[in-house]
Write a protein that binds this ligand. Sequence first.
Ligand code: IVH
Length: 699
Amino acid sequence: MPVEEIRQRAADLRQQIRWQDHRYYVLNAPSISDAEYDRLMDELRALEDAHPELITPDSPTQRVGAEPADAFTKVDHPSPILSLDKASTPEEIRAWWIRVQKQLPGHTDDGQGYREGSAWVVEPKLDGLTVVLHYQNGLFVQGATRGNGYVGEDVTSNLRTVGTLPLRIPVVRRPEPRDHPEPKTPPPSLPERLVIRGEAIMLIQDFEALNQQEAAAGRSPFANPRNAAAGSLRQLDPRVTAGRPLTILAYGIVAADGPVPGTQWETLSYLRALGFRIPDAVARFESLEAVIAHCESWLVRRDQFPYEVDGLVIKVDDLAVQEAMGIVGRAPRGAVAFKFPGREATTRLLDVGVNVGRTGTLVPYAVLEPVDLGGVTIQRATLHNFEDVRRKDIRVGDRVIVRRAGDVIPYVVGPVIESRTGHEEIVQIPSTCPSCGEPVTSRADEVAITCVNVDCPEQRVQRIDHFVAVMDVDGLGQRTVERLVEEELIRHAGDLYALELQDLMALEGFASTSANNLIRAIEESKDRPLAQVIAALGIPGVGGVVARTLERHYTEMASLRRATVEDLESIAGIGPRTARAVVTWFAQAPNRSFLEKLERVGVSMCRRLLPEAAMQAARPQTGSLEGLTFVITGTLSNPRREIAALIERHDGKVTSSVSNNTDYLLIGESPGARKVSQAEAKGTRVIGEEQLHDLIWPN
Ligand code: IVH
C-alpha cells in the first residue's frame, strides 16, 4: 500500500476509534462489539508499528505508554482555580443572593426583589479532584491538578489514560450504519487555545469493583471513591493509572483565546458538543425559589447519582454577571455550594458486640461513642464480618471513621491509625455462639463464622422476623417476635398462623384492638404472591429479585421443591451457589415440615395470574396476528422491544422499515415523520396501540 493510503487508513481508524470511545465512555452507548473494537485497535497498532513516523500524539494508541516519572512537575494555572463558598440551608442561599446582588451596578436595596432576568444553573458538586485540561488547536496537550489554586501538578500522562477524556476535540460524530440521513449539525467552533475545568471522579460501581479487585489481591481497599480517584490520578507510573477506572466530568472554561459561550448553561452544552462528559442532572432556573426547591429535592435523592456528590453548586448563569460580582477570598461571589449533610465522622470504638443472623452467621457490630452523622446520632455501626475487622485492623479503643450512605446501615470504614495510643485491644473472635452457647464453626472457603445449631433462639427470632418483614405483616415488630419466642408461643413462622387472641392479650402491651389488628394482619399475609412467599422462606441468597425469577419459572411451590441444581442453574440470573442453596434448603427435614405447615394453614403456594397472563389464558394464545407484518414508530406505553415481543407472541412479525409487505404501521407519541408519510404513500394502515389490542384480543 502506498504510504499516503496507509496514512489515510490510519487517520480513518483513529477517527472511528475516537468516536467509539466517545460512545462507550461518554454516551454509555457503544455501537460495536468489543471484538470489533479490538480489531480496529489491532489494525491501527499494526499500521503504526510498521510506520512509526505516522503516529500522532492524539492517536488512541498513545493513551498509555509514557514512562514512570520521578516526580510531578509544576504547572502555573492560566487564572486562579477558585473554590466555593458554602450555604447549608435555604435561608443561607437567600442570604447569599441578597448579598451578592449588591455587587451589581444599578442594584436597588429592597432586600427581597430578585433582579429581572436573573437565572441560575444548578449542578451536582462532584466529590473528586479538580483537573485543569489544556487544549491547543483541539489537541490535549496538558492536564494539571488544582494544587494550591495557582500552581498545580502536571498529570498529563495519567489523564491521557482516562477514556472519558477526549485527546482531540471536537470528537467528530461518525455516521452509524443504522443512521437515517439527517441534517448535519456543524461542529462547534474552537478557539486555538482552550483550558477546561473538570473533576476526576470514580463512579461508585467502578469504585466497588476496584475495591473487590484490591481485596482479592490482598491489598487494603480505598476508603471512598474520592480517595481512590486521588490515589489513581497521583501515580508516578501512568500504567497504574491506566488500570484504574477514572472518569472525567467537565463543567467550566478557565481560559480561551477565542469566542466561547457567555452563559454557564451554554458552556455545558458546548462542552458536551466538544465530546466531554458533563455532570448529570444539570438544571437552569429563572427563580431563586425554584433553585431552592430543586436543591431540597436532591437532598433525599443524592444516591441517584452514579458518583458521590457532596452537594449542589448554584451558579449565576450569565458569566459576565458572575465576573462582575467579583471574588471574596478565594471564592467567586457568583456561585455557591449547597452542601449536603456529611456522611463520614470519626468517633471512638468503645466495644464490639456480636449479632447472630438468621442463617447463623455471627456479625460483629461496633458500639460507638455517640456521634452526629448528617443530623442523626449514631451509636452502633456494622463491622460486616470478623475477616473485615482483621483486614482493616480495627481495635477496641481506636478512633474510627464511620460512614452512612443512603439508607444503608452505618458502617465502620476503618481506624485512624495515627490516633493510636498503644492501649487499643485486638478484637477477639468468639468461639461460642453468644445466643445459644454452642461452639461456632468457620469454613475454610468462607469468611463467615457460623452457629450451626438450628435451635439457636436468636436465629429463630431472626428467621421469623425476616419472614414477617418480607410477608408484610403489619404491626409485628422484632421485639414482639422475641417475646413470642421467649414465651414459647411460637417456634417458627408457621406458628404465627395458629396464634389466638388470648395468646396476644397475655403479652404485655397488647389490648384487644391491637391484638385483633395483628391477628387480621397475619391472616391477610396468607394471600401474598408466590415470589414473596419464596423470598420469605429465608433461603440463603434468595431475595426479592431471585424469588421473582424463580416465580417466573415455577407456577407453584411444589414444582420449585422438585427442581434439581441443573434445572435451577439453567435459569438466567441463578448462579450455581444459589441453585445449590435452594436444593439444600428444600432437602432439609425441618424446612420441609415448616413449608408443609405454611401450606396447611393456607399460605398461598401458587402463582397468581397477572392481568396479561389471565387474558392470554382466557383467549386463544397464539395466531391472532399470523401473517401480519408491523412497523413500530414513536413512543408507546411500554419499551418498543416489549411491544414487539407481544406482537411476536401472537405470531405477528415486526420489521424496521415500511415496505409493500407492511400491513400495519403502529404509531405512538411523536412518530417518525418519514415512516408515516411512507405508510400513507403505500396505503399501509396506520393504527394505535388500542387497535393493536383489538387485533390481538378481538371481542
Ligand atoms: S465550580 C468558579 N462546579 O468543588 C467556580 N466546582 O469547594 C468554582 N466542584 O474544588 C467551582 N463540582 O472543583 C464547580 N459542578 C461544580 C463542581 C465543583 C465539584 C469542586 C471544585 C472545588 C470545590 C469547591
